[in-house]
Design a protein around this ligand. Structure first.
Ligand code: SF4
Length: 764
């Protein structure tokens, strides 16, 4: 039976015809992409019979394959019938039209020819004309190239395209068969299910089957990673799921997902799983910028990438960072772009939240039909609230534009003027503010978007043609900030505020997303199904609300699999409120001293801030000079963090007492099992510091008939408490002492937010 490949025109021709280098630092820029406005301007010139945005589809065989291709062409020039029907392919650019000649972009011809073939086949046209229209955005000038093809020529062309794509298509076909077979035979990789695990897996499977969303509060120890991945993989084997996105907030949780996949692989699973690593971490180059002049891995990237991907997919399944790096070096391609290209071909992708949710970095080339069959698994989903807030917010500084204005006065009058206009707009803002240091409003500054668009246009032209150097780096940064602002500006609604802060001559402007729920909901809408899971989605209604749940979405709350006997909970009801900290410190230090003497085991003490932690630490060490201690540093490098954690050894002769900040790097996602950690102390209820931004979040939710204080302070704070305390019992074998220090834990509201197994405490 011939195998059918469903594919859109663009990815097909891009695969076959892309060539050359990664040309500049701004890969996602709008140069040579279909700027909607430019399209509309060209299409306005069309005659009455002509058509725009025409959907076309066709099928054609090639050897053992059938290509089912679809796409939307920009224009169909029917004319008066005296000449062949013409496909118009519009490309907008902010670079110079002088740099574009007929043969500059073979991929554009290929795209238009493919549409021409599709139209001709459908309408029986013996001949077709093809036109490329290059539209220069700043000047609205156009440059056009035309060619005519007979149907036979077009047929030959599509056969050539198919021949070039076939090895890749066959590889994917053979892989899919092997993968599905391996999934059918795959059994759960543990001899028994842990308590609650089967329930979670069942809920995930049902949710995917029904194409819904699930909000699952599932405690530590239940094996959340495997319980969400396994049913998703099973659904893939049944043809329901095309791809799985496993999203995490931290590198450490990415490793857990990789380990779960590796475990299933050892049980026979054959699946391509790609882990994405941030560009700045995986980049090979010492130099700044990705241009071909500065980086050999960008030079000729597109000439080598198909070979690199084929090699990778033929020989590897678990494609982690070291695997990406090894193949990227072998084929001399940029590891970051390579990992993205591999992700578009993978069965599962393990990556940060932002690849799905951030409008600035999300998978741009992801086909809608793949999206509709993709499952998103959001690990530690409580982190997504804050992360989404920052993904959907944007900031600008006046000084950025002033610097560009100064640097480009002579070199680029257009750019100089555009930067000047933005800078002047900021000056007006500063004047309007009068003596005020801060202004808050629910509207965006008038005209700013238009001025920024003009700036972006000139900046792009300069970045394409300019000479680089320090100014170019600054321009690139400013260009990205302006682009980000414009992108967020289009999402702006009643869930945002705008605020400006003046300091001397500087003006800082922010579009601040207060409630990310709607945008999260929209970003996830086109995926088949999403599972949000965490041990601390408490209270569940708050997280459902903030993560954009709809009424029909499922919720699941699984009790802890651990017994009460494993945990000795104590409560010290003293005030740790900011104003009382000096007064209560001595009692807390004495309690800690007593605790480590009574229980000489590895202990971690979490405090709400660095200064407070340092001062408690100093007093504690003064009382216990001989004891082994360590304290979290402000900005710890990866090696320092590892050292901090590896110092907690199960077989150590002397216990270790560590001090860390609640909500910091050690209070979440770390796993110190058994004797590596047997006592945890959590000081305070974790409330975020009173701040201007938190206050406007509070006011916003108050206005929207919610409890603003809870939404802005209590719930995010208690999440940190639950995460920090959750470091203690990680498995059925773990035993330990948890001390909660704060009188507010006795209040009904805070008490109700504690896990059931923490509520039976001994007061000390
Ligand atoms: S290796 Fe680094 S500098 Fe080179 S293209 Fe990739 S990200 Fe850019």
């Amino acid at each position: 039976m011939p195998h059918t490949i469903q594919i859109s025109v663009r990815p097909l021709v891009e695969y076959v015809f892309r060539s050359g280098s990664i040309t500049s630092g701004f890969r996602t820029a709008t140069t040579l992409t279909e700027g909607t406005r430019a399209h509309q301007q060209v299409q306005r010139e069309y005659g009455e019979q002509d058509q725009k945005e025409v959907f076309l589809e066709t099928e054609f065989p090639y050897e053992d394959l059938i290509f089912a291709v679809e796409g939307r062409c920009d224009g169909l020039i029917i004319g008066d019938g005296s000449s062949p029907v013409m496909i118009d392919e519009i490309k907008s650019t902010s670079g110079s039209l002088d740099d574009i000649n007929e043969d500059t972009y073979p991929v554009h011809w290929a795209q238009a020819q493919m549409y021409a073939y599709m139209y001709a086949k459908l309408h029986g046209a013996p001949e077709m004309a093809v036109q490329l229209t290059y539209f220069q955005i700043p000047s609205s000038e156009m440059k056009r190239f035309r060619r005519t093809f007979s149907f036979t020529e077009l047929e030959q062309f599509v056969q050539e395209v198919a021949a070039a794509y076939a090895p890749y298509a066959r590889l994917l076909r053979d892989h899919a068969e092997r993968r599905d077979e391996s999934i059918r035979k795959l059994s759960f990789p543990f001899p028994a299910y842990r308590s609650g695990q089967r329930r979670l897996m069942g809920a995930v499977y049902k949710t995917i089957g029904e194409g819904r969303r699930l909000f699952a509060k599932a405690p530590t120890g239940i094996g959340k990673t495997i319980s969400t991945l396994f049913p998703s993989i099973k659904a893939m084997g049944e043809g329901i799921v095309k791809r799985i996105y496993y999203l995490t907030a931290k590198t450490i949780t990415r490793t857990a997902a990789e380990e779960a996949v590796a475990l299933m692989e050892s049980g026979g699973l054959h699946m391509h799983t790609v882990t994405l690593t941030a560009k700045d971490k995986i980049c090979f180059s010492e130099e700044e910028g990705c241009g071909q002049e500065s980086c050999i891995f960008s030079e000729g990237y597109y000439d080598r990438i198909n070979g690199a991907i084929l090699d990778l997919l033929q020989h590897e399944t678990t494609i982690t960072r070291p695997v990406i790096e090894a193949y990227a070096r072998k084929h001399q391609v940029c590891p970051f772009e390579f990992s993205l290209d591999a992700a578009y071909a993978a069965d599962a992708v393990i990556c940060d939240y932002n690849y799905v949710y951030d409008p600035r970095v999300s998978f741009k080339r992801l086909q809608e039909d793949v999206k509709k069959r993709s499952v998103v698994l959001v690990d530690e989903a409580h982190n997504l609230v804050d992360r989404a807030r920052s993904m959907f917010s944007a900031e600008l500084h006046k000084s950025m534009f002033l610097n560009i204005q100064r640097a480009y006065k002579e070199r680029s009058p257009g750019l100089y003027l555009a930067a000047k206009k933005v800078n002047n707009r900021f000056i007006v803002l500063r004047k309007v503010s009068g003596e005020e240091e801060r202004m808050v409003g629910s509207y965006q500054p008038e005209m700013l978007d238009e001025l920024l668009e003009e700036f972006v246009m000139h900046a792009e032209a300069e970045l394409v043609t300019g000479q680089g150097g320090e100014e170019a780096d600054e321009l690139l940064e400013c260009y990205f900030a302006a682009q980000a602002y414009l992108r967020i500006s289009k999402l702006y609604d009643e869930r945002f505020v705008t605020y400006a802060e003046m300091e001397g001559s500087e003006v800082f402007l922010k579009l601040f997303c207060l409630d990310p729920s709607y945008l999260l909901q929209q970003a996830g809408k086109n995926y088949l199904s999403t599972v949000f899971f965490s041990a601390t989605l408490t209270p569940l209604m708050y997280y459902r609300d903030m993560l954009g749940a709809e009424e029909e979405d499922y919720s699941l709350s699984i009790p802890s699999p651990f017994s009460h006997e494993q945990l000795d909970v104590r409560l010290m009801p003293v005030s740790t409120r900011y104003k009382d900290r000096d007064r209560s410190k001595e009692a807390i230090v004495k309690m800690l001293d007593k605790l480590v003497k009574e229980k000489p085991v590895n202990t971690l003490i979490f405090l709400p801030s660095y200064p407070y932690m340092q001062s408690v630490y100093d007093d504690f060490v003064a009382l216990n000079p001989g004891l082994q201690t360590q304290v979290q540093g402000h900005l710890m490098r990866e090696e320092e963090r590892e050292l901090f954690l590896s110092a907690f050894r199960a077989e150590a002769e002397e216990p270790l007492v560590g001090f860390a900040v609640m909500g910091g790097i050690f209070s979440e996602g770390i796993d110190l099992k058994g004797a590596r950690l047997e006592s945890v102390v959590v000081v305070g209820v974790g409330l975020p510091q009173l701040s201007f931004e938190n206050d406007i979040i509070k006011e916003y939710f108050d206005r929207n008939e919610k409890n603003g204080y809870d939404y802005a302070y209590v719930y995010p704070g208690m999440n940190k408490v639950l995460q920090a305390g959750g470091r203690l019992i990680r498995s059925e074998e773990d035993r330990g002492t948890l001390v909660l220090v704060d009188d507010r834990f006795q209040n009904r509201q805070y008490h109700a937010l504690l896990p059931e197994e923490w509520r039976q405490y001994t007061r000390i």
